[in-house]
Design a protein around this ligand. Sequence first.
Ligand code: SF4
Length: 108
Amino acid sequence: MTAPLAGVLTARPMRRYEVAPDLPIPAGAVGEWAALSEVLEVAVTPCQAADDPEAWWDLDRFEQACEGCARCPARVSCLAYAMAAGERHGVWGGLSPDGRRALPWRRS
Ligand code: SF4
C-alpha cells in the first residue's frame, strides 16, 4: 500500500520518494508532508530549479544548498517535515543533518 501523498512531490529533498515512491511517509509526519505538499503545488523551489540539485545531498556543498533554501517559500514546511520525519540525509529547510539534530524540536 502506498502512503498518502508518497511520490507526489518532485523536489530534490524528496528524492527518496522519487527513487522509492512506495517508501512510506513516517506516520508521525503525514500532516507535515501534506502541508509541504500544498506549498510545493504552487511554488517551484530552488532545489527543484537548481542546475546542480545534487548540492542538496552533497554535504561538501551544503552552503550552496542553504543559500537556495534561504529564499525558498517552502522553507518552514520543508524543515517541519524533515524534523517530524527524522530525515537523516540531505539539506532540508536550510539545515544539514547536523543542524537538524542540534535544533530543539517540538510539534506546535
Ligand atoms: S527549503 Fe530548501 S530543501 Fe526545502 S524545498 Fe526549499 S530549497 Fe528545497
